[in-house]
Design a protein around this ligand. Sequence first.
Ligand SMILES: C[S@@+](CC[C@H](N)C(=O)[O-])C[C@H]1O[C@@H](n2cnc3c(N)ncnc32)[C@H](O)[C@@H]1O
Length: 212
Amino acid sequence: MEHDFWISKWQNNEIAFHEAQGNPYLVKHHGFLSSTDSPRVFVPLCGKTRDIHYLLSQGYDVVAAELSELAITQLFEELGELPEITQDTSHKRYHIPGLTVFVGDFFALTAKQIGDITSVYDRAALIALPDTMRVRYTQQLMSLTNKARQFLICVDYDQTVMPGPPFATPEDTVRSLYEAHYTVTRCESEEIEGGLKGKVEAKNDVYYLTPR
Ligand SMILES: C[S@@+](CC[C@H](N)C(=O)[O-])C[C@H]1O[C@@H](n2cnc3c(N)ncnc32)[C@H](O)[C@@H]1O
């Protein structure tokens, strides 16, 4: 998707993807992210997700990336925090203790900028991108995080019924993108009640990606 697409989604407040509460799969499975004593979780394409509030409340250090500055302004307002804002080469860096967000293009970030990462939480990032961008996205994500373990939430449905985003992400696609580097374990697969946007039957598929 073009940058303008997402910038205008935020400007027009067309953010149906945003969940009012912490994601229930994250609440249930967040222990997967804490494989070390001092977990530092990377959240790509983070929007203003409440999941960041949840991760902070559980004591995780969080590093995140988002294109829209409006989203990140709202994130910090909703956290009730006043961030320190600095310009870090290609990105603006919003920081409070325990949380750093890089505002700008995810594909322009470097591993040096974000520092050591122990795990990745991907909800509505991979599925926000069309097939044509996915190899580039997963390669960049693995390169940024040194193939850190990953908790991944996907949606699957008949893509011929409805265009994305979110884009259908069947298990075969997850495996073809990640299986060379990770053991891929689908830990949940659940029908979405009422379907996706009330238009098409769909399910949430949830994965543990454990580095090989
Ligand atoms: C479907 S939303 C999901 C947001 C969040 N993960 C959540 O669960 O609410 C996708 C987000 O990716 C952001 N995004 C899209 N392309 C991006 C890019 N190239 N770099 C950084 N963020 C991007 C959009 O602005 C949008 O907030």
